[in-house]
Design a protein around this ligand. Structure first.
Ligand code: PEP
Ligand code: MN
Length: 339
């Protein structure tokens, strides 16, 4: 960390600042030049907030040399992290196609959708059982019964499963799930993130609708710093002034996160689009942008889905999308190999 001091900063102020930093276990190195006074801070300053330093007498600016998301940072770990979920692999060139309904509704629905998405080439099965709904009167999910149905369908189709956890208390109920999803609304539920850091299941961390990429990385940092390195980031659309879509898919998140972190990045075009007709073009754009995977909502009868029917693809539409994704990836890989 580098602290820029005001040109008129006196010796007593510098001494007070140095003493304070030393009490935090840090070393300091003062440089007085013609163009200003700079205090270099040596040691792990991640626990020192820039705001508290800026509030001190004589401090003009604070620059961190090390990123705040130090465990998630690509600088700390240049090679990509590959997350393992059952037989599925996400990251480091391994692409993962996750598909399934917004909500688990019945045994028959899950069995049939699991079979068809597997047939179409999906690598994982999704299905929500604890649903974060805007209205308390909307379908809230089947809870424990749904968790059992998801696990059965996953076993039936030989697909690993992912489902959303909305509270720490659901860990036991969701013990059969292969991966736990933190939804957009809970991206900054720090107690949930800490609890997920203490357990071993891989985590799919969705970006909050109002969150910056830096905030997403700091949320991932909560899980990583707890001891769980198996984290996948998911761009699912952010809230902007645009009303033509449910959210605005921020595809720049994919290449930007690629620069900032070694963690895999997948894209959920379904929740961004809010309309099934927009899912395919957005999914293909995400693949072209370099996403490590896609999460697509699929329902056997979208018109009667208990949640998010408008954005659900039919199994047939999903099969068409999956084959286009494969063709696009092959084309990109071939062009890359020829270069
Ligand atoms: C979901 O995946 O069903 C969901 C609720 O997504 P998000 O948290 O991105 O809104
Ligand atoms: Mn949904």
């Amino acid at each position: 960390m580098i602290i820029i001091l005001r040109p008129d900063c006196g010796k007593p102020q510098i001494k007070a600042l140095e003493d304070w930093l030393h009490r935090q276990g840090l070393h300091t190195q003062l440089t007085v030049g013609d163009s200003g006074i700079v205090l270099g801070v040596i040691g792990d300053a991640s626990g020192v907030s820039a705001e508290s330093l800026l509030a001190m007498d004589g401090v003009r600016g604070v620059h961190r040399v090390q990123e705040a998301h130090k465990l998630a940072s690509r600088r700390a770990r240049p090679q990509p992290t590959v997350v393992e979920v059952g037989a599925a692999r996400i990251g480091g060139g391994r692409f993962c196609l996750i598909a399934g309904p917004c909500s688990v509704e019945s045994a028959e629905q899950m069995r049939s959708v699991a079979e068809s998405v597997r047939e179409a080439g999906a690598d994982m099965l999704r299905g929500g059982v604890f649903k974060p709904r805007t209205s308390p009167y909307a379908f809230q999910g089947l809870g424990a019964e749904g968790a059992e149905l998801l696990a059965q369908a996953g076993r039936h189709a030989a697909l690993p499963t992912v489902t959303e956890i909305t509270d720490v208390s659901q860990l036991e109920t969701l013990r059969q799930a292969d991966m736990l999803q933190v939804g957009a609304r809970n991206m900054q539920n720090f107690e949930l993130l800490k609890a997920l850091g203490r357990q071993k299941k891989p985590v799919l961390l969705k970006r909050g609708a109002g969150a910056t990429l830096q905030e997403l990385l700091m949320s991932a940092e909560y899980i990583l710093s707890g001891g769980n390195g198996q984290v996948v980031l998911c761009e699912r659309g952010i809230r902007t002034h645009e009303t033509a879509t449910r959210a605005t898919l921020d595809l720049s998140a994919v290449p930007v996160l690629r620069e900032l972190t070694h963690l895999p990045v997948i894209v959920d075009p379904s929740h961004a689009a809010g309309a099934s007709r927009l899912v395919e073009p957005l999914a293909l754009a995400a693949v072209a942008a370099g996403a490590d995977g896609l999460m697509i909502e699929v329902h056997g009868d979208p018109a009667h889905a208990l949640s998010d029917g408008a954005q659900a693809l039919t199994p047939e539409a999903f099969a068409r999308l999956a084959s286009k994704v494969r063709a696009l990836r092959e084309c990109l890989e071939k062009t890359e190999a020829e270069r």
